[in-house]
Design a protein around this ligand. Sequence first.
Ligand code: NOJ
Length: 561
Amino acid sequence: MSGGKGKDMEKTFWYKDAVIYQIWPRSFKDADGDGVGDLMGVYEKLDYLKSLHVDAIWFSPLYPSPNADFGYDVADYMDISAEYGGMAAFKKVLDGAHERGIRVIMDLVVNHTSDEHPWFQASRRGEEPYKDYYIWRKPKKDGTLPNNWDSMFEGKAWQYDEVRKAYYLHIFAIKQPDLNMDNPRVRAEVKKILRFWLDMGVDGFREDVITYISKPKGLPDAPFYMPMARGIFQYNNGPHLHEYLNEFRTVLDDYDCVTIGEAPLITTKRALDFIGGKHPELDMMIPFQCMEGDCFLQDYSHHPFCLVKLKTIWQHWQKALRGKGWNLLYIENHDHPRVISRYGSERYRTESGKMLAACYMLQQGTPFIYQGQEIGMTNLRLPRLDMYVDVMLKNNCRIASKILPQSLVLKLAQNSCRDSARTPMQWTGGPWAGFSETRPWFYVNENYHSVNVEAEEADPDSLLNFYRELIAFRKSEPVILRGSYTELLPQSPNFYVYCREYESRKILVIASLVAKETYFTCPEGFNLADGELIFKNHDLNVCVNNAFTARPYELRVYLFE
Ligand code: NOJ
């Protein structure tokens, strides 16, 4: 299935025409009845994925892990967690996916490991060759921490280790020590890991916080105070980042694989440093900004949704990358709450879900779909903070609790936690939503009685069937794959309107992002009566003089030939 390997291999850029489905394995499907999702569960659902017309699966980490950060704390890079079925189950899924024409992308988490990784255990004992695999420092002369950086997940970025009698750096949780990528042996390990999986037949990697891997010389203090993530401007985009990525490329270039970079705070200009030029270091970057339509920077500071902000971001990425780099399109993943609860409406769940799908999927780039997005799963609102499990949320709550009342902290958690994206996938209206035969590891969203795959399969007008049609359409339509992008009405607070054009064909997307009826007048240059309405999500009000009253979250997509 992979497009070949070796020095003479020609890259096919298969990912440019692909739609990629993300699986967060713990919550996708439990086949062995222990309440935790697993690979045999994925195997059972390969035909479902095929029926969605997706071309690739990106697996969030499947490696053995103590799960301090649900797999993003890796204890062995060359194996598959026994909880998920081990290597035998992985190979079965890999073969089964390839037989169906579906490629498989792994998560590469090499900024840090688990503290239970044998490398770390040997490193803390000072054993060679692992002694300098991590970033160890003595306290400063006055006994204070080596620098003033914060971790993303648990207090300060330094943890004292009694065995080594030194601090180690952890940008994420205490159980996620940062690797010392300046050590050539560590980079050699990364290359070994890449080759191991590529030789097995996997088709690429999503590279976790890859812009954090090169730390600045001397690990300088952050010069100013920040309430959280202090130090990020020091360790993000570090001095040897490009050098290291080019080194990894020497392996990746032997395979027809895709690489996807995760880079917090990424801008279009920075993105092009990685994915632009003749010999890019990575193929696509995850444009975090498009998840900021209802927050200041990150999800936790929940604000009212601002359409103009979101449209400006979308427009910016579409324009800036055109002809220079390839866009990655997404509206959900395992790190963000559910999009219908954020940019759409739970009351108009199906309508707003369809509208949002068309808004991003008809742009130029490679769309990603996160498990459950295709059936319109929504946020989980638990009644108590201690019922949530995510390490990042716990940290955010600790910080917020210092200045906000508990009731508000709970509300913020309900609206903005990562746990909302991690509830068990809702397959049926039966016990445990058909995810498992037993109580799942985490709460099932109560709406599973009506929001589930089985119910949506049976309804031709469901969101699920809309996704199927939309994906099939985008894959067959050169306008979507290659056409230009022009935004119309950029200042409208109610409508997102854009046109794609290729040769003599045009596609016009008209989307209302408000919960009320709103009058829409078509911009100049288009006569709606001449177009063919190819997608909609409501019974339509009539169009008179090129204008109509749009229903809440209405979507119309017209084709002009
Ligand atoms: C980004 C991943 O997407 C997130 O889930 C994880 O917690 C951090 N990186 C740390 O690995």
